[in-house]
Design a protein around this ligand. Structure first.
Ligand code: SF4
Ligand code: SF4
Length: 980
């Protein structure tokens, strides 16, 4: 047998490799977190890489997931080996076709990075709610729990679909497995060739639709035969478990890695057993081992083939001694027991009813939920589940991993209980989205995987903001297999690649006592004085070994600009001594990665390696206890209660600690919350020079973040202006003489994207390099402009009736009701959203399409849609990516209907409220700002009058009266924008 080949890859790449090797037609449509599978196949096909059969598969991107499934159906019907990749709503769009391929016994594989289905909120993270939604479609559902299994069970799925004729969903947990990098044994083409039996390919092809031997499929059937014909496929489903197990057994002979439909691990006489599938099994297996090592008797059934569910095999997999079973479902089925819990109860009923081989006594079976939307699931939580099974009256339908203080279903757990092997090295790296930290850590994993016998695992957590986002890399290296798919706690090494991250985040929370802390900062020699108290406190109390360096200086001097990844990676290996000969190995990797970019790039990176440790110092610090050290609240004390108690906790990355009661039951959140999140992420920001400004207001128009604003206001308003507040005489005749004008920066909200300065036309004619806006270091502006911005906000906006709203300048005199979004710095879309809210925001309803616009617009913790001083502003909701036009049409239909009803009621009350008022309201044109303002005044009068009428229709009219002011409905995002 050939020596095993190792590689460090993520779950998506693992699935894509086997799918590509074993397919002829690959129909794709991207959806997070499965997109990388389709993208990888597309790239390989573009590079003319052959599959296992020596041909380049045809990779086709369709118009939607429904289209991809349709193409797949066609391909398999005409005899091709076909596959696709998807997640979440994408999988749901494939359901009709899944019923078809199931009914037609068409062998095909859907690889699914399992992801939460949107309910009260969208989530791109992982759980089993999508695959559970297709469990009735007639497909085999095969679960992989880690990247190694994705490779292995992926290949088994492609083989078993041909042998069983059941179409397969091969799934693994979105992000937790799809994006986890793990050192695995890869499958060689020879191994795949031995696994796939040509006989079954030939049989599949012989069933293909062909005019050479015409047949007909997809008939319409009537009540006389449909039922019987539907039952005709039973033998295939009954035989499938044996056939799939046979493929697994053959796979074990070829690779040495054996799998069972239900794999039991644990004590052979276990009394307590957990049943689960997916990435959580690793943590539970480690917990079971640790409990058994101390004399416990527990075990775990790893469910691999969830459909068809073979009840006999399941029951046989249990130790005969089992007395208590907990079934963990990574999904929620409101109003019902969770699906796998029901399957296990059903299997046990059948076993006892039919006297199958079964446990000696009927076990007590409880069920619980865990890990929704990639909620962390650890061995400590698994231990809590085993502990619960020991109780006389255990909780049924429990949850673990969150605090449920509403229905009181949660299990308490000891977060400090850990099963980490002492030999495993654990490291956590804090960085920023674009600073190369994640890339460097991926390279570190590759280096260790390729050059040592150690196992390696990497997982990367990104925050929701697109500009200035924080990344946390969790790395494990060690001689023993790394099974737990969970975040690192008790890290022996913590690196913070950005000094500013320490201000609001406890970057040392995960540091174990005695760990090493590496910080990239300016002036390392004086860093101790500048450290926030909470960091000092952790360093002293945990007795950390503390290193610091100015990686930006090293990178700059090596010619790499702000890219510090090479420097930080070198320091990591220098300090930890994990990788003997690391300098040469890193340089080798650099040559491999950058040689296509030229010798100069390679040389600069190699210089950075050589110089990296030159500036590294060990920081000696006083060991006296540090006073204080509590993290400051992320928001000011004047923020509303919900912002202080909930939103601020999310901003501080403590959302995991919030209980169920902190959240609205229906997913409704307040708007106008980005203003509380002062991120100060810009390095440089614009400075205004009044003498060069032509007052065009283009700066305000193009700013994607509403971080630079223009306003015209009466001179008298300056009476309370802070010293240094800049203003100038307004140029133009649209406001009275004496009007003042200011271009004001919101320094803590600027992203430094430079768009305002680039687009500013105000130049010095004698020196074109001098402009009305110049980018300068933010630090030089911060304090003054913060004060100025606060004052600027108190200045009144001009009366909208006097503003030429249809001009660039006029529009920028209106209040933006979309501000400080977390969109990418320089976003090209958000200036339009902001302009929309300036023109129509106080009477605007937005039906959003899932995508970028739902992330910058409605991703927790904060939303940029805001309100004016009357409390009016855009109302926003998101349905799906696919249906926002229809969603918006629903808004329009409802509002028109309510307006018609209100008009009818108003006609009935014409006499009581006054004929003139009623007629004025009913005939109001509302086609400009004046018309809208007048209608608002009339509605206010109408409401006053209605308050005095104690009749049901009058109360109805009072409630609906605001609907008589014209509203604007927009659908935003997706393939485009539209309105009515
Ligand atoms: Fe706005 Fe960018 Fe200018 Fe900052 S630099 S004010 S974010 S346009
Ligand atoms: Fe003045 Fe330049 Fe802004 Fe125009 S873009 S208003 S010239 S600062």
């Amino acid at each position: 047998m050939k020596k095993d080949q190792f590689d460090a890859i993520d779950g998506n790449e693992a699935a894509a490799r086997v799918a590509y090797a074993l397919s002829e037609i690959i129909a794709i449509y991207p959806i997070t977190p499965s997109s990388n599978m389709g993208e990888a196949c597309d790239a390989w096909a573009a590079a003319r890489k052959p599959n296992m059969f020596g041909v380049v598969p045809s990779v086709v991107e369709m118009q939607s997931e429904a289209g991809a499934a349709g193409a797949l159906h066609g391909a398999v019907s005409t005899g091709a080996l076909a596959t696709t990749f998807t997640s979440s709503q994408g999988l749901l769009l494939m359901i009709p076709v899944m019923f078809k391929v199931g009914g037609e016994l068409a062998p095909v594989v859907f690889h699914v990075a399992a992801r939460t289905v949107a309910t009260h909120a969208l989530s791109i993270f992982g759980d089993h709610s999508d695959v559970m939604a297709v469990r009735g479609a007639g497909l085999a559902l095969l679960a992989s729990g880690n990247v190694q299994e994705v490779t292995d069970l992926g290949a088994i799925a492609h083989t078993a679909t041909l042998e069983s004729r059941l179409p397969f969903v091969h799934f693994f947990d979105g992000f937790r497995t799809s994006h986890e990098i793990l050192k695995i044994r890869t499958l060689s083409p020879e191994q795949l060739r031995r696994l796939v039996d040509q006989k079954h390919i030939d049989e599949h092809r012989s069933r293909a639709l062909s005019p050479d031997r015409p047949t007909l499929k997809g008939t319409a059937q009537n009540p006389d035969v449909f039922f019987q014909a539907r039952e005709a496929s039973n033998p295939w489903y009954l035989a499938a478990p044996d056939r799939i197990q046979a493929v697994m057994d053959r796979f074990a002979k070829i690779t040495g890695r054996g799998y069972k439909l239900f794999d039991y691990v644990g004590h052979p006489q276990a009394e307590k057993v957990v049943v689960m599938m997916g990435s959580g099994v690793g943590a539970t297996e480690e917990a079971a081992e640790a409990i058994n090592a101390k004399g416990g008797k527990v075990g775990l059934v790893k469910v691999r083939l969830y459909r068809p569910f073979d009840p006999k095999r399941f029951v046989a997999s249990l130790p005969p001694t089992v007395k208590h079973i907990a079934v963990l479902d990574r999904t929620k089925e409101p109003g019902s027991m969770e699906p796998m819990h029901l399957d296990v109860i059903g299997a046990m009923e059948e076993a006892f009813a039919n006297d199958w081989p079964r446990p000696a006594q009927r076990p007590r079976i409880i069920g619980g939920r865990y890990g929704l939307s990639s909620k962390e699931y650890t061995s400590a939580m698994a231990k809590a589940v085993f502990d619960e099974l020991s109780r006389e009256k255990p909780k049924n339908h429990f949850v673990v991993g969150i605090k449920d203080d509403v229905t009181h279903n949660s299990l308490d757990y000891d977060a400090a209980w850990s099963t980490e092997y002492p030999e495993t090295q654990r490291a956590v790296f804090y960085g920023l989205g674009a600073d190369g930290t994640v890339g460097a850590n991926k390279n570190s994993i590759k280096l260790i995987a390729e050059n040592t016998d150690m196992n390696a695992q990497g997982y990367f957590v990104y925050d929701s903001k697109k500009a200035g986002s924080m990344t946390i890399s969790h790395l494990r290296f060690g001689p023993k297999p790394i099974r737990a798919s969970c975040l690192v706690s008790q890290a022996q090494f913590v690196a913070c690649h950005q000094e500013r991250l320490m201000q609001g985040v406890d970057v040392l929370k995960l540091a174990a006592p005695g760990a090493t802390f590496l910080l990239n900062c300016l002036e390392p020699k004086t860093i101790w004085e500048r450290l926030p108290a909470h960091i000092k406190k952790s360093v002293v109390e945990k007795k950390l070994k503390f290193y610091a360096l100015d990686a930006y200086r090293v990178a700059r001097e090596a010619g790499l600009g702000p890219r510090i990844n090479t420097v930080m990676m070198t320091c990591y290996f220098h300090i930890t001594k994990l990788l003997p000969g690391f300098m040469d190995l890193i340089k080798g990797a650099i040559k491999k990665s950058y040689s296509a970019k030229g010798e100069a790039v390679v040389d600069k990176n190699c210089k950075a390696v050589d110089d990296a440790v030159s500036g590294l110092i060990e920081v000696k610090y006083p060991t006296a206890p540090v006073k204080g050290g509590e993290l400051k609240s992320m928001v000011s004390a004047d923020a509303p209660e919900f912002i202080r108690k909930t939103t601020a906790e999310l901003m501080a990355y403590r959302g995991d600690d919030l209980p169920v009661s902190a959240f609205p039951a229906d997913g409704t959140f307040p708007t106008g919350t980005t203003k509380w999140e002062k991120r100060a992420i810009a390095q440089r920001a614009p400075k205004w020079d009044t003498s060069l400004c032509i007052q065009c207001c283009k700066c305000s128009l193009v700013c994607p973040h509403a971080a630079i604003r223009t306003k015209a206001y009466p001179a008298a308003q300056l009476a309370k202006a802070p010293q240094g507040f800049v203003s100038t005489d307004y140029k133009g005749k649209d406001f009275p003489a004496g009007t003042k004008f200011t271009v004001q920066l919101a320094p803590e909200d600027c992203t430094g994207c430079n768009l305002c300065a680039v687009n500013c036309p105000g130049r010095d004619k004698t020196d074109p390099n001098r402009k009305a806006l110049t980018m300068v270091p933010l630090a030089t502006l911060m304090d003054k402009e913060k004060e100025n911005f606060e004052f600027f906000l108190t200045l009144p906006y001009p009366d909208r009736r006097n503003v030429a709203v249809a001009t660039v300048k006029g529009s920028q005199m209106l209040e933006p009701l979309f501000e400080f979004s977390g969109a990418c710095a320089g976003c090209g879309e958000t200036p339009y959203v902001k302009l929309l809210t300036q023109l129509l925001g106080d009477r605007l309803v937005i039906g959003n399409a899932t995508g970028c616009s739902s992330i910058y617009g409605g991703n927790l913790p904060t939303t940029p849609y805001s309100m004016n001083k009357e409390g009016r502003g855009p109302a926003w909701s998101n349905s799906l990516f696919e249906d926002n036009a229809e969603f918006g049409m629903g808004f329009r239909l409802a509002m028109d209907q309510q307006k018609d009803y209100a008009e009818n009621l108003l006609k009935r009350y014409e006499t009581k409220v006054g004929k003139d008022l009623a007629q004025d309201i009913l005939s109001a044109k509302q086609d400009d700002e004046g018309g809208i303002a007048s209608q608002r005044e009339r509605i206010a009068r109408l409401k006053d009058k209605l308050k005095g009428i104690d009749e049901l229709p009058a109360k109805d009219l009072l409630q609906l009266a605001d609907g008589l002011v014209r509203k604007s409905v927009w659908v935003v995002g997706g393939d485009g924008w539209a309105y009515d």
